[in-house]
Design a protein around this ligand. Sequence first.
Ligand code: GLY
Ligand code: MN
Ligand code: MN
Length: 363
Amino acid sequence: MSSRLPAKTSKNRLARLFANLKGIGVVLIANTGIVDPNFHYLTGFTSGLFESSLLLAHKDHMYLFTYSLEYETGLEERPENMSVINVMDDVKAAKALLSRLLKGKKVGFDGEFLPFEAYRHIQSAYRPNKMIDISDGLRSVRLVKDEAELSNIKKAVRITKTAMREIPKYFKEGMTELQLMARFDFIQLSLGANESARYNIVAFGKNTALPHHFSNSTKLKKGDLVIIDAGAVVNNYYSDISRTFIFGGAGSAKQRDMLQTVKEAQKMAIGLAKPGKEWMGMHDMAAKFLDTTRDGRYKGEFVHAIGHSIGLEMHDNPASYLRTRKLEPGMVITVEPGVYEVGFGGVRIEDDILITKKGYKIL
Ligand code: GLY
Ligand code: MN
Ligand code: MN
């Protein structure tokens, strides 16, 4: 089923973007073999690949240049303020329109995404006055979610959390990480996810000590720690949740203490979530706690950031971007402390929280 972004939502997104981009007349989003997430942000499209398509956005109108392959989908899903051009109808006319829209203009582009070759081609073929990298502005606008985005993220989170509750029923001695991953994907898709997120992780035993482990044929044994770190995708929006289980009993005292410690760290970090507070404060609090609690038993074992924002990408705004930011209502961030002991195993607990006017809401 296709859906169309409401005109008001589309206008708001453009208005917020252009408010951030002083002096820029037109924004160019060029898809290559992969779709730029900002293309999804501005179009709201929920279907179609739109490879090699080009979006030109003004404050009040957008032009989509696409091909017969996606033209009908574009027409069906286009917001009211968008013209859809099938380049194959009249290549010369499409080029002339592109030239009219770009020549002599100050053009904002996504420097994180536009390949160098395409950048050079646009410069030489369409002669803009200036091309300005606005990737930071795009990330900044996407940091605060609108209602349509929140609705998709909430659905994705609901699906992943339901799958996390159901999955222990399928734990079976001797099964492989990949078999459990397949079951998890099956549950998520059955619940209505468009996709299971790429780079989902199922890790057993010692593999749980590797935060970015790639699932393989390792077999599940009694007493293993099991980490599932997974997301679902709904209309291009991600959830990102991690749970750590102990298979086949209550586990050792050490495993239970690791779980308890990480839970406490997560609770502390989440407790700091409030508009106006620095995101980095949450990270520092968790890191300090994990380094010093239990007489320093876990010192140095929290080896990644406390989280990132989620949205059209799983790492919508990575920690490197958030470290200088303050929390704002409408941001959706993960809180995911962990401890990892190479040769033994690890624990990670990850939830997605929405920053609200007064504090936060765990999704
Ligand atoms: N597995 C990566 C993350 O949760 O951010
Ligand atoms: Mn995750
Ligand atoms: Mn995450």
